[in-house]
Design a protein around this ligand. Sequence first.
Ligand SMILES: Cc1ncc(C[n+]2csc(CCOP(=O)(O)OP(=O)(O)O)c2C)c(N)n1
Length: 329
Amino acid sequence: MPTRTIKRTKFKLSSEQLLDMFYWLKLSRAFDERLSVLVRQGKVRSGVYTGIGQEAIIVGTCFALRKEDYICPLHRDLGSFLMKGVEPRTMMAQMFAKTTGLSKGRDSALHSGVDELGIFGNTSMLGANLPVACGLALTFKMERSDNVVVAYFGEGASNVGDFHEALNFAGVQHLPIVFVCENNLYAYSVPVEKSMAIDDVAIRAESYGFDGVAINGNDVLAVYQSTQGALARARNGDGPTLIECKTYRWHGHSEHDKAFYRTDEELAMWKSRDPIPIFTSYLQARGVLADDKLQEIEARVKSTIDEAVQFAMDSPDPHPEEAATDLYA
Ligand SMILES: Cc1ncc(C[n+]2csc(CCOP(=O)(O)OP(=O)(O)O)c2C)c(N)n1
């Protein structure tokens, strides 16, 4: 069954905005890469699920969000916290479970949210964030605001009941929500062909009365373009959209997974589709990214990450007696 045709959304980005996008891609990659090293050094206490290889999805979807819009990130979406306004040092302290982190050392990044920045913390149960995201979108609708919720999920999560209930509810209620599927071809060790009998998660939207589109999730501008269309429809009261971003995660499910269930050839093929060099070439061909600018951005990224790690390492551990503070009943 074909998905409905979604009109191409026109967009224009200035050179500054394109460079900004590039910075976020590089920062997200560097953050995850450094975390991966820190895990191996035994310095990070949190479970680490990197989004290396998938950065274009987060950057393309978060780029033009308002502060008031909500995101419901997944375990691999640390970059979305940064783009929504969490300081890299705070995010790093969170991964180190230090008092200066988002939850003052109480949990890993996976479950933290920041209300003032429009970040809703995830749950461990896959797909369970989606009905909650619909609740947020329903609030926006009831308040008659034109804010939007962007809810992320993996292709694995699209096979659980919560996903279908959420999409059904969103379709019936015309909720201002954008469902973003990060289809990285594996749900832990399960390849997509063993968990789904269809090629595109996107066609599932059709059953619930709204548009779904499957796009190249490694092309940041394609992701941005689709998101712009989806956001405009949502803000205009035209309901939800499902954007399925085809991508690949380079590391294992988490840093403790060596991913023996896939081949080196497959990984090499997807590394050749790395979203960052693709975007770099585009910027260079357009004359937007001169060599000195590239070096400047890379230096800025490195110093930001270095500073964040130093801050996290220097920050105090939580005291046991603090575990019983910040509770509510
Ligand atoms: C309902 C539920 N079933 C199983 C798990 C265990 N689990 C955690 S992550 C994961 C794989 C997730 O795959 P996907 O949804 O495709 O997202 P990805 O990790 O690939 O980004 C599994 C099976 C879980 N957390 N919740």
